[in-house]
Design a protein around this ligand. Structure first.
Ligand SMILES: C[C@@](CO)(OP(=O)(O)O)[C@H](O)COP(=O)(O)OP(=O)(O)OC[C@H]1O[C@@H](n2ccc(N)nc2=O)[C@H](O)[C@@H]1O
Ligand SMILES: Nc1ncnc2c1ncn2[C@@H]1O[C@H](COP(=O)(O)OP(=O)(O)O)[C@@H](O)[C@H]1O
Length: 321
């Protein structure tokens, strides 16, 4: 009898921005305690998982040249982790992963984490596993601190290493412009730089997350804009001083506020509405302060199966600087 091979599964997964990122002192395990509010944005990667005799990872699209395709690829780490979890052979999982990237690599938007989350969700479908999102998120946290959020998406409060997720109800849509820098920044280097800045002085710290949650609930981007904050911004700007110019250019172009996304170097600008975001994006692209500009909105849902065959993909709007 012929065995039926299940068709490939494609998952779409969002980038994130941290609306609020409070960083505590370094811990003994090398991590920092965080209090963060994530929002998933309509800038997405797509990951297809398929049963294959030639296992491995292929990466296409935005920044593909700088993404490892060996065992350190976060998507491949997800394959191994889930295989182990469900009693399959992690050294011979017979799976091929194809990643189509739109999220900038090492951009502070959790693109690699998103690919790992998408791989977990895709494999759960491909292998027909009875596994809950919460169980997948538990596994996700072992791959990286940002991976669990990409499973849930939406807007969420993250604590501990950022991997303990509590969804936040957010009925309003916010409009963003994203400025990609020419090169990525290493997350551990940015955390180290913050520790160094704090040892030398007292860079300002963000306020309480509660105020940001209230701003979100109001649905008023003007109110939310006043409350955005990121403790890692000073460290990212210290390592990449040109980000000061980018942040200024976005606000001069009409954004309500600009901030570094997570560990950077992507800058995220909150705008009044969709039309304003398109205008800000065009002006920012013309200012020549960054490599690429995109518009996005949030919140959007987390990693989700969009097809069990090759699915057509909409191209997100892009403005080249
Ligand atoms: C800063 C944030 C904010 O959401 O994201 P990015 O902006 O990089 O996307 C995250 O905390 C990044 O999460 P993620 O990129 O998954 O981190 P991991 O791979 O788990 O850790 C990479 C390294 O970052 C540092 N790290 C990460 C998370 C954390 N709470 N404290 C840390 O000090 C540690 O040096 C760790 O070894
Ligand atoms: N699937 C992947 N996509 C992007 N980067 C990956 C992936 N797998 C491993 N990496 C590595 O992880 C690093 C951080 O990637 P990424 O998640 O894009 O950035 P950030 O942590 O700033 O959000 C990259 O420098 C890259 O070497």
């Amino acid at each position: 009898m012929l065995a039926v091979v299940p068709p490939p599964v494609t998952v779409r997964v969002p980038a994130k921005v941290n609306l609020h990122l409070a960083v505590g002192d370094p811990r003994a395990d090398g991590y920092h305690d965080l209090v963060t509010i994530f929002q998933a944005l309509s800038l997405t990667d797509e990951v297809t998982v398929a049963i294959a005799d030639d296992p491995g990872v292929e990466v296409h699209g935005e920044g593909a040249d700088s993404v490892p395709t060996g065992p350190s690829n976060l998507a491949w780490r997800a394959v191994r982790a889930l295989a182990q979890h469900v009693g399959r052979d992690p050294d011979d999982p017979k799976v091929r992963v194809v990643i189509r990237k739109s999220i900038p690599v090492a951009g502070g938007m959790a693109g690699g984490s998103a690919d790992a989350a998408a791989t977990l969700v895709g494999l759960a479908s491909l292998w027909r596993l009875e596994i809950s999102r919460d169980e997948l998120a538990g596994l996700a946290g072992k791959i990286g601190a940002d991976v669990p959020f990409a499973i849930y998406g939406g807007t969420a409060l993250g604590t501990d290493r950022g991997d303990r997720i509590v969804p936040v109800l957010s009925r309003h849509t916010f409009h963003w412009v994203l400025a990609f820098d020419r090169r990525g920044l290493s997350t551990p280097e940015v955390f180290d730089e913050l520790d160094r800045l704090r040892a030398d002085g007292d860079p300002p710290r963000v306020g309480e997350a509660e105020a940001v949650l209230e701003g979100l609930a109001s649905g008023d981007p003007r109110q939310l804009a006043l409350l955005l904050g990121n403790d890692l911004q000073a460290a990212a700007v210290s390592l990449r001083p040109n980000l000061r110019r980018t942040l200024r250019a976005g606000v001069n172009a009409g954004a309500l506020a600009g901030m570094v996304s997570g560990s950077g170097p992507t800058c995220a600008f909150l705008c009044t509405d969709g039309d304003s975001a398109v205008r800000v994006a065009a002006e920012l692209a013309g200012a020549g302060v960054c490599r690429t500009v995109r518009v996005a909105q949030g919140p959007v849902h987390g990693a989700r199966v969009i097809g069990t065959e090759e699915a057509p993909r909409p191209t997100p709007p892009e403005v080249h600087a």
